[in-house]
Design a protein around this ligand. Structure first.
Ligand SMILES: [Zn+2]
Length: 441
């Protein structure tokens, strides 16, 4: 309990009080510690980083980058706990088969599994000591705060893991349901367990939305995670459920950003080091520029050091926040690099449309649209699957989309298809945008 409170206070202090130079100083110190630790305990990093100077953050920006494929290829020599890939793979498969997600590997580690967009799974190790400290981190960085206590949370998870079970603490009661639970059962649980905080991926909140009137308890907040929360969805959720909607931006690689008391996302500068680059590879430090490449270093996990790890996410930094925190804000999460869709400009050249913009056109067109999915097989042409009661909204939607494209000088072929869309039954995220085009840029 003391640990939880001290973690909470420490993390809150970092976020509220640190100025720019203090943040940079801390990050350099953490990175130096992490790199030294990795060189001592990981043969992979020893060979890779031993000869490199690390006196400044600029030095660090010259370090080689890592991606999921390299991480998995060198899994055994990269981690600092002497965990063999084959052993841990067998362990994970057995757990999957038995649907038994609790317990620690070798009585010491929580093993996480991520599904890659191209089907390549990533395996992530977290030390038990760290997951035990999650309650403090959760309280300080989930966008939920002291004033939300006591919290009676319903956590809708795609896959359960020991890590979540470790979040339990006095005044924070967690209840779990799988995202595959039927809607009526979820609502029943919310009402009978007197839930006051609902945590779920946006795709699930959207499914619950038409049933909001059946919820008879007062929700203090809805927290979304695991998928990008589109601004338009957020507005609709807030209207329907009559409560504040905030998001946590995390990945298997780290807890990247969380909402402050003003509801704005701030990068967790004391937990991850985030570098952003534009399309030409120039570093981005100012707001409103599109980060085409994001490189992440996890500052807290030494069990499996992720040092300059390339993420697919595209984000845009925001202006400073009225809450006073100097942690960088996120204006937008544009989605993953492979979520982009392409139409044609007047010279028939390909031109990108960001998924958040395209989503907005669809969601705001009609309340009848329950969910949608875009599949692009060739540039300038998409199949748009619509899950709705009837096809009545189709005419309006088709002309709206063409009009919106035209207003930004683009054209393309849009084929509307009526289909019931279901959430994935395994640990994959629901993807609204799927592209089978090989990206060349
Ligand atoms: Zn803020």
């Amino acid at each position: 309990m003391i640990r939880i409170i001290s973690d909470y206070l420490r993390l809150k202090h970092h976020q509220a009080k640190w100025d720019h130079s203090k943040i940079k100083k801390y990050q350099l110190k953490r990175i130096q510690y992490l790199v030294n630790y990795a060189k001592r305990h990981s043969p992979f990093y020893k060979e890779r980083l031993d000869h490199l100077a690390l006196d400044t953050l600029e030095d660090f920006h010259q370090f080689p980058t890592l991606n999921k494929a390299i991480m998995m290829e060198h899994f055994t020599t990269l981690n600092t706990c002497k965990i063999e890939l084959e052993d841990v793979k067998n362990y994970v498969l057995l757990k999957e088969k038995n649907k038994d997600y609790l317990g620690y590997y070798q009585n010491q580690y929580v093993i996480g599994l991520s599904s890659g967009t191209s089907g390549n799974k990533g395996i992530y190790i977290t030390d038990r000591k760290m997951t035990k400290r999650l309650p403090g981190v959760f309280l300080a960085r989930s966008g939920l705060g002291i004033k939300d206590l006591p919290m009676n949370i319903l956590f809708c998870l795609r896959v359960f893991s020991q890590g979540f079970d470790d979040i339990n603490a006095p005044l924070i009661k967690l209840n779990y349901l799988s995202t595959m639970t039927p809607v009526d059962d979820i609502i029943h649980a919310i009402n009978t367990k007197q839930i006051n905080i609902l945590m779920a991926p946006p795709s699930l909140i959207r499914i619950l939305m038409p049933h909001h009137e059946k919820i008879i308890v007062k929700l203090k907040k809805i927290v979304t995670y695991a998928e990008v929360l589109v601004e338009e969805d957020k507005r609709q959720f807030e209207k329907a459920f009559q409560t504040k909607v905030i998001e946590i931006y995390q990945a298997s690689e780290g807890q990247i950003a969380s909402a402050c008391s003003h509801g704005n996302l701030h990068i967790n500068e004391d937990m991850v080091y985030v570098e952003l680059y534009d399309r030409q590879g120039k570093r981005i430090d100012s707001p409103h520029e599109i980060g085409h490449k994001m490189i992440l270093t996890n500052l807290v996990n030494v069990a499996q050091p992720l040092i300059r790890y390339e993420m697919n996410d595209m984000i845009v930094l925001g202006d400073s926040c009225p809450c006073g925190s100097r942690f960088r804000t996120l204006n937008k999460i544009l989605g993953r690099n492979d979520d982009l869709i392409y139409f044609l400009d007047e010279n028939s050249q390909k031109s990108v449309v960001f998924p958040d913009l395209f989503s907005r056109w669809i969601i705001t067109q009609s309340d009848m649209i329950r969910e949608f999915q875009v599949i692009q097989h060739e540039i300038g042409s998409i199949d748009l699957f619509i899950d709705s009661e009837t096809e009545a909204c189709f005419d309006g939607l088709s002309s709206r989309l063409h009009q919106e494209l035209k207003s930004i000088g683009l054209k393309g072929k849009i084929t509307l298809i009526h289909r019931k869309l279901e959430l994935p039954k395994d640990d994959h995220k629901y993807k609204r945008f799927i592209s089978t085009i090989k990206k060349v840029d």
